[in-house]
Design a protein around this ligand. Structure first.
Ligand SMILES: Nc1ncnc2c1ncn2[C@@H]1O[C@@H]2COP(=O)(O)O[C@H]2[C@H]1O
Length: 586
């Protein structure tokens, strides 16, 4: 055909003069024109542009033919013979082409036909113009529609989905995630039905295409490397692509396993630990997971761990039935998967064991070394202040609460210094007074009273009155820091003792007790004031509000809490001194 179309018939012009008919064999090249566009269509990145170009060429060619026919009519009727025909001015082709274009596009304003032939020509031109244009425009619309078909489909699905979710009043977050999924799938695949694209191909070709498309991932899958290459061909068409959003769980521990996965793109995290917040492993491209619960290992038909996507990830999903179809024919793959599963199960068990033992260790440590808040300053002070061998010191350091003293055990020195409470009905005789008193259970004994017992037990409760017997004079400074007092001229044995010791005097002269010094004892939540030695608690004051002018016989008690193993401890630090208001402050 090409040879025929190239015959040099133009040479005949020399003999016969110019005649367009000699150029007719060039029409034989029309097949080449179609071939050219078909090939371009197949290889071009945007085939719809090629198709539009071809349609435009058809259109131009038809207008060209019409222009030629008009010129031929003009020559036949005589150029310039009437107003309708070509007038012979300017370039004949351009003028005729202009006429034909105006007719074909129905723009009008052409000279009116003047005879029947011209009317027929114009009617025919307009009709062909209308049909051909309708056809061409239709074709262009199809081409553009095909080119944007996926986009349109995506918008339709998105619109329908949004409407559906709104109708159901789904939570905003879920709606946002669905939109995100559609958006991301579209961005990545430019279609929402990737799996259907290959459906029209024969199976073998589909396999080749699928292997090629996913080659870079599939070659990284250890299972396919270690097993017969045919396993890959058997499985590849059964892999379904799936896109997961960041943070979404792919499977949850304890669920029944129905699918296994291959990571195509992105990262997934296998989560373990008691609360499922420990990352056991991070799996990347080519990793296989979710196989343990599919392999029929006894006791392992449920997911052994949570698996979640770290960012966006693309996975291939393989159903249980499809996996088993393949594994039946590839026992070595079955063995590999089972071995891997068993080693993962062991790893997880070990991890759980070590987590459990570290928890026990922590618990043991807690039991062995209870974390203790520091000893309150009050208690420390008391321990410094009291004589180390005094019962008070012994009790505080022994960490025993409420020891029960029988009368035999009550040392005389304590009788006047310790608040004693009857632990049962007690018959107590005051020494010297020679009077037998009966105390009910829990009743306090008078504090200043030499005791003589009769079949009685009294318990030393968790509060103490520190008196001259217990006080270590060298530590008096410490005591006055925490026990507020002003005044001098103690009338009790304590005051005598203090008065007689220069050191104590010195301390006293340095004492500048103000409210401030009391508030420095931050640990003490409150201070108690008892106006008589008999009543243990009469009123309770805030530290700030305390008025320290002891105008009467007073005992100040500091309420503190210990953490040495006692119950909340009432430490009654009292200066058993009667202080009179007319005495000068030292
Ligand atoms: N320690 C681990 N390291 C890596 N992957 C694991 C680990 N534990 C479990 N998996 C995977 O997480 C999956 C959870 O579901 P399966 O139990 O079906 O299969 C599990 C394994 O594929």
């Amino acid at each position: 055909m090409d040879l025929l179309s190239l015959l040099p018939l133009d040479l005949l012009y020399i003999i016969y003069g110019f005649n367009a008919i000699f150029r007719f064999p060039r029409m034989l090249k029309v097949q080449t024109f179609w071939d050219f566009f078909n090939r371009m269509d197949a290889v071009a990145k945007s085939p719809y542009i090629i198709r539009i170009l071809r349609t435009l060429i058809y259109m131009m060619y038809l207008i060209h033919l019409n222009a030629c026919a008009y010129y031929a009519m003009s020559v036949w009727e005589g150029i310039g013979s009437n107003k309708w025909v070509f007038q012979g001015d300017g370039n004949a082709y351009v003028r005729c082409m202009y006429f034909a274009t105006k007719t074909a596009t129905s723009i009008g304003k052409n000279p009116k036909p003047e005879n029947e032939y011209e009317y027929i020509f114009m009617t025919f031109s307009w009709l062909t113009g209308v049909f051909i244009f309708a056809f061409l425009i239709g074709q262009i619309r199809d081409i553009v529609a095909t080119a944007t078909q996926n986009t349109t489909q995506y918008h339709q699905v998105m619109d329908k989905m949004v409407q559906y979710m709104r109708n159901l009043n789904l939570p905003d977050d879920l709606q946002r995630r669905v939109r995100l999924w559609l958006n991301h799938t579209w961005e990545q695949q430019k279609t929402l039905h990737e799996d259907k694209i290959l459906d029209s191909l024969p199976k073998k070709m589909k396999t080749d295409v699928a292997i090629n498309v996913h080659y870079s991932t599939l070659v990284k899958v250890q299972l396919f490397k270690d097993c017969d290459k045919a396993l890959l061909r058997d499985l590849v068409l059964k892999l379904k692509p799936m896109l997961i959003l960041p943070g979404d769980y792919i499977c949850k521990k304890g669920e029944i396993g129905k699918e296994m996965y291959i990571v195509n793109k992105g990262l997934v995290q296998v989560m373990g630990g008691e609360k499922g917040d420990v990352v056991l492993a991070t799996l990347s491209e080519g990793s296989v997971f979710g196989e343990i619960s599919l392999l029929g290992i006894p006791g392992c038909d449920r997911r052994t761990a949570d698996v979640r996507s770290k960012g966006f990830s693309n996975l291939f999903v393989l159903g249980k039935a499809d996996l088993w179809d393949a594994l039946e024919h590839y026992p070595e793959a079955q063995t590999i998967l089972k071995k891997k599963a068993q080693s993962l199960i062991k790893t997880n068990e070990n991890q759980e064991k070590s987590a459990r033992s570290s928890r026990t260790n922590i618990a043991e440590t807690i039991i062995k070394e209870p974390s203790r808040t520091p000893t309150p300053r009050l208690l420390k002070t008391v321990l410094k202040v009291v004589q180390p061998d005094s019962l008070c010191a012994q009790m505080l350091s022994k960490k025993s609460s409420a020891p029960v003293l029988t009368c035999d055990q009550i040392p005389g020195s304590l009788t006047a210094s310790t608040h004693l409470r009857a632990s049962s009905i007690s018959h107590i005789e005051a020494k010297g007074v020679n009077k037998l008193s009966v105390y009910k259970k829990d009743q306090f004994l008078p504090p200043v009273m030499p005791l003589n017992q009769q079949n009685s037990t009294v318990s030393l409760e968790n509060f103490f009155t520190i008196t001259s017997d217990d006080i270590n004079p060298n530590a008096i400074k410490e005591l006055v820091k925490v026990v507020p007092f002003t005044g001098s001229g103690f009338q009790t044995p304590l005051s005598n003792q203090l008065d007689n010791q220069s050191k104590t005097k010195e301390v006293c002269s340095n004492v500048n007790i103000t409210e401030k010094s009391v508030t420095s004892v931050e640990e003490l939540p409150s201070i108690r004031h008892s106006s008589s030695l008999n009543s243990i608690v009469s009123e309770q004051y805030d530290l700030e509000e305390l008025n320290f002018s002891p105008s009467r016989l007073s005992t100040y008690s500091l309420l503190g809490y210990d953490n040495l193993g006692f119950a909340p401890l009432d430490i009654n630090l009292s200066r058993s001194a009667s202080v009179t208001s007319d005495e000068t402050v030292c």
